[in-house]
Design a protein around this ligand. Structure first.
Ligand code: RFL
Ligand code: PHB
Length: 393
C-alpha cells in the first residue's frame, strides 16, 4: 500500500509555471505540493529564456521574488531589427510606453525555488513515474515513486505544469482534446559565453545566410542564436565557426563589435508552434509549455507560462476563498484567448525573419516588403512593440 499524503493543489513540474503557481497560491493561503522529475541542480542549471514582459515582472513582484530581478535585470526600452544591410530600432517606450526586462529564466527559477524552500512548502525532487488518477471525481490523486517508495498524493486539484513532454497533457481524455501544430524546417543553435554583449539591446537579424539573434544575460554574459538546419549536429559547430557565422549574419550597418570567447553552453533546439485545447478537464488544469509551445522568436514562452499561472491562481483563490468556480470553469477559454495571440505573434516574427525560401522567390520578396514596411510605418512598429512587450492579462 502506497504511503498517502494530502494537499490542496498537486502541482506537477518545478519549471517557472509550477513554481510561480505554488508561490502565488501560498501567498493566498492555498497549500500545494510540487512533484518534479529532475534534480534541483538540473532544474537550476537549465539555460532557456531571457526576456520578461512587463506583466511578468509585475507578477514576480506580486509573488515577492523580484528583488534580485530589480537589482540585476536589464531594463530594455527597445530592440533592433537588422535586415537588408540596415538596422531598425523599435522603441518600445516611445511607441507603447512599456519596457521588457532581460533576466534569465535560470535566475527566475532559482529565485522561485529559494522562496519555496524558505518555508512555502515541499518540492519532491526526482519524483518518478507520476500518474494522474480520478480527475473526473472530486478527489484526484497523483501516484509517483520517490527512491524505492511508492507514494500517493490526494488533492483537490491537479495543476499540470510539466512542460511539453510531461505526463499531464496525455492524461486529458484524448477524445476531448484538439491539438494544433506547426513545425518549422529549421532550428536554433544557441551559445552562451562570458563575454560582453555586442550591443546594449537585442538584435534580431534577417540575413540571406539565415536568422541570427544577439541577446544577453548580463553586462558580462552574452547569449547568441543562429538559424540552423534540423539535421545539423552540435559537433559540426565548434565555437570558432559559430562566431564567424554570427559576424556575417549580424554584420549589417553599423556592424556590431562582437567579443568572442569560449562557450559555456551550446545546444540546438527545434522550433514549433503547438496548442492543445481545452487546457482543462475535470480537476486537471494545464499551464505553460504543457499546453502550448511557441517558437522562441517572439520571446513569449516563459511569459505565457506566467499569464496562464495568473489566470489559474486567481481561479483557485476564488474557489477557496469565495466558493466561486466561475473562473475555474472559464480558465481554458480565458488563457487561450491570450495564448493564441502570442502564437500569432511568434509565428509572424518567425516567418518574417528566418530564411525559408530562395532569395529570388515570391515569398522572400514578401519578407523584404514587410521589413521595408516595418521600417517606414510607425503603425507597423507599434504593432510589433505592443506584442513584444506583452498584451495585457
Ligand atoms: P518547463 O520549464 O519545461 O518546466 C516543466 C517542468 O516539469 C518537469 N517535468 C516533470 N515533472 C514531474 N513529472 C513529469 N512527468 C515531468 N515531466 C516534466 C520538468 O523537468 C520541468 O522542470 O515548462 P514551464 O514551467 O511551462 O515553462 C515554460 C518555459 O520554460 C518555456 O516556455 C521557455 O523557456 C521558452 N523560451 C523562451 N520563453 C520566453 O518567454 N522568452 C524567451 O526569451 C525564451 N527563449 C525559450 C527560449 C525556450 C528555449 N528552449 C530551449 C526550448 C529559448 C530557448 C532556446
Ligand atoms: C534569449 O536571450 O534566450 C532570447 C531572447 C529573445 C528571444 C529568444 C531568446 O526571442
Amino acid at each position: 500500500m502506497a504511503m498517502q499524503e494530502r494537499t490542496q493543489v498537486g502541482i506537477i513540474g518545478a519549471g517557472p509555471a509550477g513554481l510561480l503557481l505554488a508561490r502565488l497560491l501560498k501567498l493566498h493561503g492555498v497549500e500545494s505540493v510540487i512533484l518534479e522529475a529532475r534534480t534541483r541542480d538540473y532544474v537550476e542549471a537549465r539555460v532557456r529564456a531571457g526576456v520578461l514582459e512587463q506583466g511578468t515582472v509585475e507578477l514576480l513582484e506580486e509573488a515577492g521574488v523580484a528583488d534580485r530581478l530589480h537589482r540585476d535585470g536589464l531594463v530594455h526600452d527597445g530592440v533592433e531589427i537588422a535586415a537588408g544591410g540596415r538596422r531598425l530600432r523599435i522603441d518600445f517606450r516611445d511607441l507603447v510606453g512599456k519596457t521588457v526586462t532581460v533576466y534569465g529564466q535560470t535566475e527566475v527559477t532559482r529565485d522561485l525555488i529559494a522562496a519555496r524552500l524558505a518555508g512555502d512548502g515541499p518540492i519532491v525532487w526526482e519524483a518518478a513515474d507520476v500518474t494522474i488518477h480520478d480527475i473526473d471525481g472530486d478527489r484526484p490523486r497523483l501516484r509517483y515513486r520517490a527512491g524505492d517508495a511508492e507514494r500517493e498524493l490526494a488533492c483537490d486539484f491537479v495543476a499540470g505544469c510539466d512542460g511539453f513532454h510531461g505526463a499531464s497533457r496525455p492524461s486529458l481524455p484524448a477524445s476531448l482534446v484538439r491539438t494544433f501544430e506547426r513545425t518549422y524546417p529549421f532550428g536554433w543553435l544557441g551559445i552562451l559565453a562570458d563575454v560582453p554583449p555586442c550591443s546594449d539591446e537585442l538584435i534580431y537579424a534577417s540575413h540571406p545566410r539565415g536568422f541570427a539573434l544577439a541577446s544577453m544575460r548580463s553586462p558580462t554574459r552574452s547569449r547568441y542564436y543562429i538559424q540552423c538546419s534540423l539535421d545539423e549536429k552540435i559537433e559540426e559547430w565548434p565555437d570558432a565557426r559559430i562566431w564567424d557565422e554570427l559576424a556575417l549574419r549580424l554584420g549589417s550597418e553599423p556592424a556590431p563589435d562582437i567579443t568572442t570567447g569560449p562557450s559555456i553552453e551550446k545546444s540546438i533546439a527545434p522550433l514549433r508552434s503547438f496548442v492543445a485545447t481545452p487546457m482543462q478537464h475535470g480537476r486537471l488544469f494545464l499551464a505553460g509549455d504543457a499546453a502550448h509551445i511557441v517558437p522562441p522568436t517572439g520571446a513569449k514562452g516563459l511569459n505565457l507560462a506566467a499569464s496562464d499561472v495568473h489566470y489559474l491562481c486567481r481561479a483557485f483563490v476564488a474557489h477557496y476563498t469565495r466558493g466561486n468556480d466561475d473562473l475555474l470553469h472559464a480558465y481554458s477559454e480565458t488563457a487561450l484567448a491570450r495564448v493564441w495571440k502570442a502564437e500569432r505573434f511568434s509565428w509572424w516574427m518567425t516567418m518574417l525573419l528566418h530564411r525559408l525560401h530562395p532569395e529570388a522567390s515570391f515569398e522572400a520578396q514578401m519578407q523584404r516588403a514587410e521589413l521595408d514596411y516595418l521600417a517606414s510605418s510607425r503603425a507597423a512598429q507599434t504593432v510589433l512593440a505592443e506584442n513584444y512587450v506583452g498584451l495585457p492579462f
